[in-house]
Structure formats: C-alpha cells, structure tokens
Design a protein around this ligand. Structure first.
Ligand code: SAM
Length: 275
C-alpha cells in the first residue's frame, strides 16, 4: 500500500518517499501545497513538489538556522523570521528568553494554517504571546523596516516563485538597513552539490555588505543532497568569537555549543565557494 513521491533535485536525480496518506493538497495563491503522511519521516510539508519540513528531521534545520545567530548576538531582543510559516524557527527562537518579540512574515497564510493543523510539534509556538505573525511579502516588510531587528532569519523556499527576490543583493541591502547597528542575519542557502553557483553568488553579495560573512553547514537528510548551507552576515559580532559564558543550556537535538564552532569548518569544495 502507499504511493511513492519523488522530489526531482536535478533533472537527473531525485529523492523518493513512501506516502501513506495525503492530508491536504491545494494550489494556494502562491504555490502548490501538499501536506502528506510519509512512512519514514512522519507528516511532511511539500511546496511546489519540494520537501519543506518533516516531523522526523525538522529539528536540524530549525535549530541551526536559529541558534547560531541568536547565540552570536550578545542580547537579541527583536527578531524577524522571513518565511518560516511552518513555525519551526519561531519555536527555537522562543527558547531565548532575551527575545521580547519574534515577528514572522510569511507570504502564504495557507502554509501557516495547515502547518498548525498537521505539524503541531513544529507550528505549536506560532500563537505564543511573544510572537507576531504577519501574512505579507517578506521583501516588502524588509524594505519598510529601519534598524528594527537584532537578528533576521530568512527561512524561505528556493529562489523561485514568491521567493525569487529573497536571494538578491537588493534584499540583503534591505536586511542591513532593517537590522540595528550590531545586527546579524542568516539565510538558508541550499546545497553545494546542486546549487554551488547560488551559494557563491549569495556569499559574494553578502560579503560586499556585511563586515563579517560566514558559511556553515548541517546534515538534513530530506533536503537535496543532505548537505545544507546557511550564509551569515554580521555588522559586528563574529560567530567564531562567541565567549564560552554566552552559551546556556537549552533543549536541542542537534545544536550544541561545540557544534556552533565546528559547523563553520567546511569541506574544501564548499570552502572554495566562499573565495
Ligand atoms: N526550510 C524550507 C527550505 O529551506 O526550503 C523553508 C520552509 S518555509 C515553509 C518556506 C516559506 O517561505 C513558505 O511558507 C513560503 O510561503 C515562504 N515565502 C516564500 N516567498 C516569500 C516571500 N517573498 N515573503 C515571505 N515568505 C515567503
């Protein structure tokens, strides 16, 4: 029983998962949305036939996107997540008691609605009193923000459709203006096996804007190639110079203080993309 879903990661290669059940499927105003139950990974959100998040491995991506910049900043209070409608990054942000306000701006309210319904362990914090959820274009929100945030995380889909503007130099310029004077931003920047050009371009663009620019990785089995990158831009604070006493215990399954440093050690073919 069960059908097989394949995400084509390139024209010649893909990843396949056995689907026990489809909970919901629709064309929203922005993208094709599927919420399915998989045999291996639990409930899984697909957008435009690409894996966005799954109950079993979501913690890796959400912890690494959130805790690296949040521990790098000495005292994050105002935080913005662009995209992230599944709620996983927001859940992690709230583990930092210094954060007084976490704003989430996702363009598609349907992602939020169906993540709350079928991914409660991921989306459960979206109604928290410290969280403000806006259904809007993240590009516009950034353009309208001035020195408003300590940390900005870009948890967007691939640079297609509504997210295409979220990987441009103009967007990163806007992020710099939306950040406070010692602000930090991080964006998910896909995989070095199939999207090396994107990583190289984004890194160069960010490097022209931020004095501290670094690339780090994590293992995400349901994402293309399983090796995922994150590009961090910082006005002052360096993620490799975080003092020991800045780290405090919090409940994680992937992120640790030693890994905060180690994740910046890159395989040669990945490091070459930052040159
Ligand atoms: N972790 C996933 C990844 O790395 O591909 C991303 C998951 S999250 C669900 C991606 C979100 O980005 C989607 O909910 C989508 O609606 C949102 N998004 C895409 N373009 C956007 C834009 N211009 N402004 C705000 N949100 C956007």
């Amino acid at each position: 029983m069960g059908i097989w879903f394949t995400e084509k990661q390139t024209e010649n290669f893909g990843i396949t998962a056995k689907i026990n059940k489809t909970h919901h499927s629709e064309e929203t105003d922005f993208q094709k949305l599927d919420m399915v139950e998989t045999a291996e990974w639990g409930n899984m959100l697909l957008l435009d036939d690409m894996v966005m998040t799954s109950e079993k491995d979501e913690f890796v991506y959400h912890e690494m996107l959130a805790h690296v910049p949040l521990f790098t900043h000495p005292n994050p209070k105002e935080v913005l997540v662009v995209g992230g409608g599944d709620g996983g990054v927001i859940r992690e942000v709230l583990k930092h008691r210094s954060v007084q306000k976490a704003v989430l701006v996702d363009i598609d309210g349907k992602v939020i609605e169906y993540s709350k319904k079928y991914l409660p362990t991921i989306a459960g914090s979206l109604d928290h009193p410290r969280v403000e959820v806006r259904v809007a274009d993240g590009f516009m929100h950034i353009a309208e923000s001035q020195k408003a945030y300590d940390v900005i995380m870009v948890d967007s889909t691939e640079p297609v459709g509504p997210a295409v503007n979220l990987f441009t130099k103009g967007f990163y310029d806007g992020i710099s203006k939306a950040l406070k004077d010692d602000g930090i931003f991080v964006a998910q920047t896909d995989n070095p096996w199939f999207k090396a050009d994107l990583i190289q371009q984004v890194f160069q663009d960010v490097k022209e804007i931020f004095p501290v620019t670094r690339l780090y990785t994590a293992n995400i089995p349901t994402y293309p190639s399983g090796l995922w990158t994150f590009t961090l831009g910082s006005k002052i604070h360096d993620p490799l110079k975080v003092k020991e006493d800045r780290f405090f215990e919090l409940e994680t399954k992937y992120y640790t203080a030693p890994l905060h440093q180690a994740c910046f050690v890159l395989p040669k073919f990945v490091e070459d993309l930052t040159k």
